[in-house]
Structure formats: structure tokens, C-alpha cells
Design a binder for this molecule. Structure first.
Ligand SMILES: [Zn+2]
Length: 91
């Protein structure tokens, strides 16, 4: 007598749909404490960092080893201003 082996699989839990690796995150999933004091928005650096969007000033600051702003209401430090001005005049 031949036993059907595929019945074994019945006890295995159904696999959850594996999410395809996404580059973008849902902005609504950002924890409240991480949200920017500006309230967020398309031009908000915190929002943009979260969803993996390109943040121009971050690129400039990182390339120069300057600390990034922690919210878009932060005032630029002297070094940050200089870096941005330098970048603007170069282009
Ligand atoms: Zn903001």
C-alpha cells in the first residue's frame, strides 16, 4: 500500500506572504517620538529620511562629515551654512 506523503504538510502553518523588499516605508509607521516638530510633509527632512527619500542637505553634510540636522526646524550651524553655500555656488 502506498502512503501519500504530501499529507505531512498539512500541519505546517501557512506561510505568510513574504513582503518584497521595499525601499520606501510608510510614513504612517513612523513612531510618534521620531516625528518632526514641523508636523512632517513632503519637504520635511525627517519624513524624507524615513521613507528613504533623497535629502539634499544630508548628502552635502555627510560628504563633509558634518552632523545632520535633527529636524527641519533646527537652525543651521555655521559649518552647515558654509557647506550649503559652498555647494550652491559650485553648481
Ligand atoms: Zn520637519
Amino acid at each position: 500500500m502506498e502512503q501519500k506523503k504530501h499529507t505531512i504538510n498539512k500541519n505546517y502553518p501557512k506561510r505568510k506572504k513574504t513582503k518584497t523588499h521595499q525601499n520606501t516605508k510608510d510614513i504612517n509607521l513612523m513612531p510618534q517620538e521620531m516625528r518632526c516638530i514641523c508636523g512632517g510633509g513632503q519637504s520635511c527632512i525627517i519624513d524624507r529620511r524615513w521613507i528613504g527619500d533623497w535629502v539634499h542637505e544630508d548628502v552635502i553634510f555627510k560628504s563633509k562629515g558634518i552632523e545632520l540636522r535633527t529636524s527641519c526646524c533646527d537652525l543651521y550651524t555655521t559649518r552647515q551654512k558654509e557647506a550649503l553655500n559652498e555647494n550652491l555656488t559650485r553648481n
